[in-house]
Design a protein around this ligand. Structure first.
Ligand code: PLP
Ligand code: ZN
Length: 367
């Protein structure tokens, strides 16, 4: 794990030393990690995650699927990046492994995570292995498979009524009370977001250093979007067009994109089967604005898909590709299908869909 890094405020440009701080003390802006790329080599997991913390997250398969799975007339290439293969079944492991490594190195004695389920499962999993306590805060409506994971790994589970934003606020209070590190996986913990650049680099290298035309990404607040962007910027110097796939019942970023706005506003009454992307961004819409700016910088699109289309994509991935994912994981394929049908994605383009979470996590979605 390298210490050669700084925190940078994206709002006021302030630079800070790397401590356990989650927003800019001067202006409240989102913090990001700035670090020097290693000389003459790619990033390694060990640049972000301690040897005692890693459980082998990342290095997930990239699989080529039949182009028919995108769309009948599609003649390009369709690939999926299978993030269900991570230790706790979602890409959140990449983030949590790095955030926890940093928290332990900075002296944290426990961790707190606000989660729609997967981040909490990852936090519980990695805390168990590291031998430190974890408190996970989830909305009442969290899928039972995710709650079962959190409890199985031995974390303390607290559930709060209503949407994800309530869990976010409650976790912040718990951190103040306990002195534990906040591993909430919005943009709140800069060290977790920082490690997601590995997924971009990994994807690029798996494609023999020829990036795809499009990468579709199930998107909540957007750290995964930022990670992919950053990974390509670091290694390829050029970023594919990114698709932020949101659920029609909770689409603050896609709405702002459609309206041509720069600022994202919170979404009242989120409702979708895609629990992993059900964050309405109420209370911290600036996170959505950051993600939207990254989508635009890539010349990409933010796009909302309804639950029916998400479910069809999820079923097709299982039936036709042997990939068992949760609804959220299939939102990327669902969005890419719509965009191919509309002609936004060209008929000979190369499309990568990131499938973010495992089917074991949400059996109810299958019944
Ligand atoms: C958290 C999550 C997302 C959204 O990731 P963000 O980086 O918060 O936008 C997508 N898919 C799954 C399965 C998740 O758990
Ligand atoms: Zn600032």
């Amino acid at each position: 794990m390298s210490w050669d890094l700084k925190l940078h405020c994206i709002a006021c440009d302030a630079t800070l030393p790397p401590t356990l701080v989650y927003r800019c003390p001067d202006c409240g802006g989102i913090l990001e990690v700035v670090r020097q790329k290693p000389e003459g080599r790619s990033w390694h997991r060990a640049d972000f995650v301690g040897d005692d913390v890693t459980l082998g997250e990342g290095s997930t398969p990239l699989r080529e699927l039949s182009p028919n799975l995108l769309h009948a007339g599609f003649k390009g290439r369709l690939l999926i990046k299978d993030e269900t293969r991570n230790p706790s079944g979602s890409f959140k492991d990449r983030l949590v492994a790095a955030a926890l490594s940093r928290a332990i190195a900075l002296g944290a004695t426990g961790i707190v995570s606000a989660s729609s389920g997967n981040a909490g499962a990852a936090a519980a999993c990695y805390a168990a292995n590291a031998g430190i306590p974890a408190i996970v805060v989830c909305p009442d409506a969290t899928p039972r498979g995710k709650l079962a994971q959190i409890l199985a790994y031995g974390a303390t589970l607290e559930q709060v009524p209503g949407h994800y934003g309530n869990a976010f606020e409650h976790a912040k209070r718990l951190c103040v009370e306990t002195g534990y590190a906040n591993l909430t996986t919005t943009y709140l913990n800069p060290y977790g977001v920082d490690a997601l650049r590995l997924i971009g680099q990994e994807l690029y290298e798996q494609m023999d250093c020829v990036g795809p035309d499009w990468i579709a990404i199930p998107t909540s607040s957007g750290p995964l979007v930022k990670g992919v962007f950053q990974g390509f910027t670091d290694t390829a110097g050029k970023v594919p067009r990114l698709i932020a796939a949101q659920a029609g019942g909770c689409a603050p970023i896609a709405r702002a994109f459609d309206d041509g706005k720069i600022d994202v506003y919170g979404w009242e009454n989120p409702k979708t089967i895609a629990s992993g992307i059900s964050d309405p961004l109420l209370g911290y819409p600036e996170e959505g604005s950051l993600t939207l700016s990254i989508i635009r910088a890539s010349k990409g699109v933010a796009y909302a898909v309804g639950d029916t289309v998400i479910r069809e994509a999820m079923i097709d991935l299982a039936h036709k590709a042997g990939l068992f994912c949760e609804p959220t994981g299939a939102a990327s394929l669902a969005a890419a299908r719509d965009l191919a049908m509309k002609g936004t994605i060209g008929s000979t383009d190369t499309v990568v869909c990131i499938v973010t979470g495992h089917g074991f996590k949400d059996f109810a979605a299958w019944t």
